[in-house]
Design a protein. Structure first.
Lengths: 169, 241
């Protein structure tokens, strides 16, 4: 049991942090996820990969937490500073924080699909199964997430605006 | 290459987990078109920022907390089981109420069909009856045919309306008789049953409400112009609720 938690805590905490943007919330959510997983372990089909199933539960917990957060507003646009190991990584850390802030600005479904695809490297089929939506929907969500994230990064000055407003053809 | 083609191609490369910069056509278009070039830079920065990843915090307590939460699970399971059991019971009750209401509606519809009259009248089969009675205690149906015409004969006649239908246009009268006496009575007599099974209240209320609604729509039996509040066959739903 503890080995399972140790083995997957990084993935679960990572998704929760990406979805919720706050360390304490992410830890609580990760804990709830593992408790739920252990309770429902008998429902897991051993013929299927464990990780998508686990991340599906984590995603559901995150969305539940987000919906309860809507009823209980918190400080907006806040990303916690995680401890930095090397000072020379400051620029990279800044970029990571900006991406995290941009992620907070897109819809939860887009965010979850995007993070599962690009960070957890699940296939579209696995994401579709874990989020219980058609594969095409996941693809659309990921594409929209990319576009909206770049727009958000542009608004935040991370991605430079085109100098000439040349219409795209 | 058009800009929308550039964008589609960029997404395809990313979907295939291939670097966009490794595609010469994409790079060539990005070099020639500033907005697309910025889009390509934006994608690179986005994925670089994402690769920065999330550092694990001091989650050493996570395993212990999970264990504690898991051990506290049985009490929670009882609560969940109780609420889900109650929910499933409510669904069952409403399903039963809907089924009973449908049975009444179908019976009335079948009875009101002109083409069916002869069949129903000529057939003495008792099997045609059961769908009419909503949860009526079986003893009432059994007694209805055995009781003498006098005394409580009205009810007996009404409950056996489909067998005892008068020939030649008396169907409506029989139906009205059944509706004005037996069904309201049957529903009200369910109060006795309800003492032992309080859960049937929604069923009883549903039947009463449906019956009143149906009855309102039958010409001649709904509220009359002279006294809109009083009409035959009405059940006092407010009293039930």
């Amino acid at each position: 049991m503890l080995a399972l938690v140790e083995r997957f805590r990084g993935q679960v905490f990572g998704l929760c942090y990406r979805m919720l943007g706050q360390r304490q919330d992410a830890e609580d959510c990760a804990q709830e996820t593992f408790v739920r997983v252990l309770k429902n372990l008998h429902r897991w089909d051993p013929g299927r990969d464990f990780e998508p199933w686990l991340l599906a539960i984590a995603g559901n917990r995150c969305r539940t937490a987000l919906s309860s957060r809507k009823r209980r507003p918190v400080a907006d646009g806040m990303v916690e500073q995680l401890p930095d190991d090397a000072p020379d990584e400051r620029a990279a850390q800044h970029l990571g924080e900006e991406v995290q802030l941009a992620l907070a600005a897109v819809r939860a479904e887009y965010r979850q699909a995007f993070v599962l695809f690009h960070e957890h490297e699940l296939s579209y089929a696995e994401i579709a199964e874990s989020m219980s939506v058609p594969l095409g929907t996941v693809k659309t969500w990921v594409h929209r997430a990319r576009k909206e994230l770049i727009e958000e990064l542009r608004r935040r000055g991370v991605v430079p605006e085109p100098r000439n407003a040349v219409p795209r053809v | 290459m058009q800009c929308h083609e550039f964008e589609d191609r960029l997404h395809r490369r990313l979907d295939d987990r291939q670097s966009p910069e490794a595609d010469p056509q994409l790079v060539a278009h990005a070099a020639a078109c500033e907005p697309c070039g910025q889009l390509l830079i934006g994608q690179r920065l986005l994925l670089a920022g994402l690769r920065r990843g999330v550092k694990h915090s001091s989650g050493s307590q996570l395993a212990q907390n999970v264990l504690a939460g898991y051990q506290a699970e049985p009490m929670e399971a009882v609560v969940v089981e109780g609420s889900s059991g109650r929910r499933s019971w409510q669904i069952l009750a409403w399903l039963a109420a809907t089924a009973a209401a449908l049975a009444i509606a179908v019976s009335i519809y079948v009875a009101s069909q002109p083409g069916r009259r002869n069949v129903a009248v000529s057939s003495p089969s008792v099997n045609a009856v059961p769908s009419v009675g909503p949860k009526t205690p079986p003893r009432d149906i059994a007694h209805s045919d055995s009781r003498p015409p006098g005394g409580n004969g009205r009810r007996a006649h009404a409950l056996g309306a489909f067998q005892l239908l008068p020939r030649g246009g008396g169907y409506g009268v029989a139906l009205a008789d059944m509706a004005t006496s037996s069904l309201p009575d049957a529903v009200e007599r369910m109060e006795e049953v309800e003492r032992y099974a309080p859960g049937i209240r929604p069923i009883r209320v549903s039947i009463a409400m449906l019956w009143n609604a149906l009855w309102r729509s039958i010409p001649g039996l709904g509220p009359s112009e002279s006294d809109p509040k009083a009409w035959h066959g009405r059940m006092d739903v407010r009293r039930l609720v």
